[in-house]
Ligand binder design. Sequence first.
Ligand code: BGC
Length: 341
Amino acid sequence: MKIKSYILKNDFLEVELLNLGAIIRKVEMKDKNGILRNMVLSYENIEDYRENSAYFGAIIGRTAGRIKKGLLNINGKKYQLDKNNGENNLHGGYNSLSHKFWNVKNISKNSISFEIFSKDLENFFPANVKIRVDYILDKNELLIKYFASADKLTYINLTNHSYFNLNGTKNLEKKIYNHSLTLKSDYMLFLDSNYIPKYVKSTGNTIFDFKNKKLLQNFFSEKDEQKKLVNNGLDHPFIIEKNKKFMKLESCESGIFLEMITDNPAVVIYTGNFLSDIDFENHSGICFETQEVPNLFYNKALKIYPSFVDENKNYERYTKFIFNLINYYEKNCMSDICFSL
Ligand code: BGC
């Protein structure tokens, strides 16, 4: 099938989407000097998206993240999913939603819908499932709405896998080290040696405390076992507050900043720790994969319950990306951070 590209555009943002994987290929805006910057990692050759082993910009499903030994337990019944990441299932298995062609509906200048039907036992998941993802552009905001309905009990956990680099993906500094991150998260998940979420940990007094704005270069220069485990970086779920801006990523080089809001309980932050495998630089993008905690994780105290759906209960979620320009005369941005790098 032919990969087709669609553009949403207004005075502030231009977004390019693909019918393959409902992929975001471009989110472009003008930086502080009026130069257009594409803020997501992308392939120049559209055909490279067929392979896309790093999941650039794709919708991930039916289940984002890893499921231990690929064993999905639905109400006591076990389903053996693909083991496409060592012994585990990653991002729904081989040729999952990120690598399938979606049907395109309701295209306008500001919005587009992608639909896909995933039949019972496709990728070994139970239930016939109808999925729809809407992308809606409104001024400086890009909203992603996720819907899914199933004809029997199953588990769904969708996300988008865009790698952000607010310097733009050309010309300026390639790595994200001169970005600052503020993340409102008191709890995170530590991983076992196979990157499966193991236990909840308070972020306080760890290098993973981003409650006060932190320059990523400072994070990357710290020593820590969990950071080392994932090949020097972040690849961890953080618990966030729903329906509130939970993060702010800023680049004072371009003057662009990004905030996010979602009704998901968690975000997996991945700093592209293996991008050199595909001839990109490690740490040249950062993903904020809003989702459930992977691996059907339960935690009563934090009210974390996996998102099961059935014929009576649909899956419905949203994530909004909000882009802005920093007032770069602000003290913060004119500080040494910007000019010492
Ligand atoms: C995972 C990483 C994985 C990457 C693949 C991320 O969502 O958390 O562990 O390497 O996807 O591109």
